[in-house]
Design a protein. Structure first.
Length: 218
């Protein structure tokens, strides 16, 4: 199979040109919000109400046991901006590996490796590292997808990689990109199975030919 490096580089450049500004837009909007929260005035709390009078000895009361309540956004629905939706849907494999903008990224993801979680979302350095890593994964993803096309249809725009690129660039059709990624994955699995089957058949024929040659020589 001929490797089409030029096609892969072109697709990688297109997706970086589309997703790069969206990533910068998303990060700039987030840090503008963080700075606006820091500038809010801090009001002094009103004094606590006076403690209630102790109960009379003849009144039996039941003390409430203290409970520690912890909050974690892991597993909960959270708001996603339009920029994040386009990037996550259009660049599904890269976004899944990077864990970009997830409140609780897995430990094996890029965001998890740099130590980014919902507890330290104010760490701008980790946010920048995660965004740069996402750009690198997007470039690597499309160099491989574009350089190794799985099918060669008569019309170039019917190839899964080209369709995903069109959906990502248009933005409004990014909702269909995950289904195209699924179709591309099915083609990849099919190609791997076909290659494995051909390898097994070739090895079996070679074994039979070698065994037949050995018996004739004897």
């Amino acid at each position: 199979m001929k490797i089409q490096w030029r096609r892969g580089l072109v697709l990688a450049g297109i997706h970086l040109a589309v997703c790069g500004p969206l990533i910068v837009w998303e990060e700039a909007g987030r840090w503008d919000w963080v700075r606006s929260q820091e500038k809010l005035p801090h009001y002094e709390l009103s004094p606590p109400p006076p403690a209630p009078a102790p109960p009379r000895p003849d009144v039996v009361t039941q003390a409430d046991e203290g409970e520690t309540v912890t909050f974690s956004p892991c597993g909960m629905w959270y708001h996603t901006s339009l920029q994040q939706r386009i990037i996550v849907l259009g660049e599904l494999p890269a976004a899944a590996v990077s864990g970009w903008r997830e409140p609780c990224p897995p430990a094996w993801s890029l965001a998890g490796l740099v130590g980014l979680s919902w507890l330290n979302r104010d760490s701008r350095r980790r946010e920048v590292e995660s965004s740069i890593g996402l750009c690198g994964l997007i470039a690597l993803q499309w160099i491989l997808v574009g350089g190794f096309p799985l099918i060669h249809p008569r019309k170039w725009f019917w190839e899964p990689g080209a369709l995903i690129t069109i959906c990502t660039c248009t933005g409004i059709f990014a909702l269909f990109a995950p289904f195209l990624w699924l179709f591309w994955l099915v083609l990849l699995v099919r190609r791997l199975l076909q290659g494995g089957y051909r390898g097994v058949v070739f090895a079996w024929r070679f074994f039979r030919h070698t065994a037949a040659g050995s018996s004739v020589a004897k």
